[in-house]
Ligand binder design. Structure first.
Ligand SMILES: C[S@@+](CC[C@H](N)C(=O)[O-])C[C@H]1O[C@@H](n2cnc3c(N)ncnc32)[C@H](O)[C@@H]1O
Length: 278
């Protein structure tokens, strides 16, 4: 039975603005039909993280992903990064995704672009990964472990499924300074963050699990710029909607979003890319 915390995370992604239907609608608007889709038809719409394809390239480079690499993508969403890794690098990717709508959306998008032989979608929880030990060359994850209550369990699963010498590369929110209780609550309500590790505790946890050659990159400035641009767009849209006298949407989400932007600007919260080897 999913806990009430997991239900909040499931609900957050069931009403998320990026969805299979929204991606297909955008592609249809551009092409006029959905016939004979190729992977690159989706790439402008199917990446649910900051920085688009170039940051998937950065993860691929850190994880040394190449032709034939067996890759697990933890919290794969609609499998946009997985399809890109299969298409551009020739990787074979297994996606682990909790939300049933996202898992079925991921499978449908993958089938439509002819990548079902190279990208497998498994509905599951990254704290209990249904993959055999020592089978993966790389494990990746993007901006998702914040939703996972027990990050040590998820990263231990990454360690278990990796072959010796296999590599882990992931991005996530991380604290530069401790969030207070009110801000933790706001991040839970706003972006379904179960908890956030710090820039110091993540590498320590990785070493305790058994990983070596742990490296950390601070992406806070990049994420801050992207977040501010998105927030400005959202705020303008909201003001426009208010001027027209129509409902402006979820006030609580707006307040949490504004607080998230402020926390990144003052460098309490930031983004990190973490790399390690088994
Ligand atoms: C920000 S999205 C990232 C999607 C993808 N990595 C990308 O970059 O396009 C986070 C995803 O994590 C999934 N998720 C959250 N908790 C999970 C868990 N415990 N196990 C597996 N997936 C989970 C959510 O359902 C959501 O689809």
């Amino acid at each position: 039975m999913p806990s009430s915390d997991n239900l909040h995370v499931l609900a957050f992604y069931s009403r998320h603005p990026i969805s299979r239907d929204q991606i297909l609608a955008a592609v249809h608007a551009r092409r006029g039909n959905l016939d004979g889709l190729a992977p690159e038809d989706l790439f402008a719409y199917d990446q649910d993280h900051y920085g688009g394809l170039s940051v998937v390239d950065a993860l691929a480079e850190r994880a040394r992903i190449g032709s034939g690499s067996e890759v697990a993508d933890f919290c794969a969403g609609l499998a946009g990064p997985a399809r890109y890794l299969a298409h551009k690098y020739g990787a074979i990717v297994t996606c682990i995704e909790l939300n049933p709508h996202r898992a079925s959306g991921a499978a449908d998008l993958t089938r439509r672009v002819g990548l079902a032989q190279r990208v497998r979608i498994v509905r599951g929880d990254v704290m209990h990964v249904p993959l055999a030990a020592h089978t993966m060359d790389a494990v990746i994850s993007q901006e998702a472990l914040l939703h996972v209550p027990d990050k040590r369990a998820a990263l231990s699963e990454a360690f278990r499924v990796l072959k010796r010498g296999g590599r882990l590369a992931f991005t996530d929110w991380a604290e530069h300074r401790r969030l207070d209780a009110a801000d933790s609550e706001s991040m839970w309500r706003g972006i379904a963050a179960q908890s956030v590790q710090s820039f110091a505790s993540y590498p320590q946890m990785l070493r305790e699990i058994g990983f070596r050659n742990v490296a950390v990159e601070d992406l806070t400035a990049d994420w801050g710029r992207i977040l501010e641009e998105r927030f400005a767009m959202y705020r303008n849209l909201r003001e426009e909607t208010a001027r027209l006298g129509t409902p402006t949407g979820d006030e609580e989400f707006y307040r949490s979003y504004a607080r998230l932007v402020a926390l990144v600007q003052e460098r309490t919260l930031g983004g990190g890319r973490f790399t390690a080897e088994k």
